[in-house]
Design a protein around this ligand. Sequence first.
Ligand SMILES: NC(=O)c1ccc[n+]([C@@H]2O[C@H](COP(=O)([O-])OP(=O)(O)OC[C@H]3O[C@@H](n4cnc5c(N)ncnc54)[C@H](O)[C@@H]3O)[C@@H](O)[C@H]2O)c1
Length: 249
Amino acid sequence: MDTRFRLDGKVAVVTGANGLLGRHHVTALEAAGATVIAVDIDVDVTSESSLEELRSSILSTYGRLDIIVNNAAVNDMVENPVSILEASRFENSSVELFRRVLDVNVTGVYLCCRILGSILAEQGSGSIINIGSTYGTVAPNQSLYINEQGEQTFFKSAVYPVSKGAVRMLTRFLASYWGHRGVRVNTLSPGGVANNQPDWFYEQYAKSTPLRRMAEANDYEGALVFLASDASAYLTGHDLVVDGGYTIW
Ligand SMILES: NC(=O)c1ccc[n+]([C@@H]2O[C@H](COP(=O)([O-])OP(=O)(O)OC[C@H]3O[C@@H](n4cnc5c(N)ncnc54)[C@H](O)[C@@H]3O)[C@@H](O)[C@H]2O)c1
């Protein structure tokens, strides 16, 4: 059974590979034996020409591609909000930001699937993993962002959950579209990751989670290797939610 989790001889691309989770996706796939092409803003996922260049370079260097992890995204977070409180209110939110987030989080995944994923379809095998979020399933609970003084510090945007809901549907579309070509397409939906958030936020998030903690950045490694490998050979179109139970109650 253990060999079904191995990725020896497989070639993988991870987008957003310099980020908090991207680095762990790379390490996990490499540890399982894959050769990993780690790309970040050097390959803009919203640019067709940038992705066409990557496609040519993968084909000329490796002649194949087996795994794509569509991880690059823009995310507004309490520890690093894109906008301050007033600007983060839905009523005041910027349409430019809405369009930009959809461009990276949805159009970027669509383009990577179309331009890179078609290598997998032509080859007749492969696994695509689109990184979603619990917020692709449940709406943000804005009360998580109220501090000890009872002040709302930040509102999570509308566009982030909208974008992650779209990623889940793109996964299902492609799982259906490419199933007969031997390409599996799944979503991996993480919950919130501990990353120097204020203590009050961490505690509120932990209380909202059956396992009573936020994720560590390495908590998704096992699920990623499972989805990438033959251990999940009969799984496609699925949303694997790894969230300490955040979405079950
Ligand atoms: N951190 C969390 O709590 C959390 C929770 C749920 C889901 N996620 C999802 O996990 C994934 C990784 O999140 P993270 O926390 O590591 O984010 P991060 O911001 O640390 O990393 C994202 C990376 O994407 C890159 N990127 C942004 N725009 C790009 C573009 N146009 N082209 C290429 N690269 C681009 C950035 O440079 C960055 O390195 C994202 O899809 C995110 O939505 C994260």
